[in-house]
Design a protein. Sequence first.
Length: 251
Amino acid sequence: MTTGKDIVDSAFRKAGIIGVGNTASAADYQDALSDLNDLIAQWATKRYMVWGELDIGFVSTGATNGYSIGPGGNFNVSPRPDYIEAAYVRQLQASPGLPVDTPLKVIQAREDYSRLSIKENFISFPEYVFLDTSTVPTGTLYCYPWPNANIYEIHILCKNVMPVLAMNSILTNWPSVYMACMKFNLAKRLRQAYGKGMTPDTELNKLAQDALETVRGSNLQIPQLQMPANLVRQSSGYNILNDQFKRREIR
């Protein structure tokens, strides 16, 4: 079973810092482990470097001042996501007892959310969600309109959490393609930390890049292209009964 220490040991050897049978000092190990977790934290922000998505739901309370998202929040996930990939609302009291899911439009920018005229105390069937990431460790999820209490469940999809590793962490829950990716890319960082960065290791760089591309390929999921509603023309607008074209509304 591969552990965090196995990754660090292998990266030290691939970087040419220690030889087979040798070990680094405790301080070197901690620095290398810190570099490894920095690397993973950067990967966690990139959809193609994350092997799955989390579907997190929360039953509406009827509140109109936002729902907390992050460690211990209404949407309990750690660390709090930096981006919502998709969202939907589930109608819990649908007839005949089957929950009905309706997609929600995700507002990705604060500038767009600010254009909404009524942001609070507007309760109805929701159509939009917006994640405010201006605070840490928890952010705030806003709905528009705000869903009624207890009859709707808001679901968001975000990138899966990539855990912080310790030396004794066992990586059984990681896809196998990440092992080489962590070893070779950590080795690149260690070369820089130990003064070897001025002399590029072409072979190591190629192996690290190939490992990255392998992970990207294994995680590749391309959603169907969807155009904004105001750019899609639903029909020609021609009325066969009066032989006229309907005037197109400008939004």
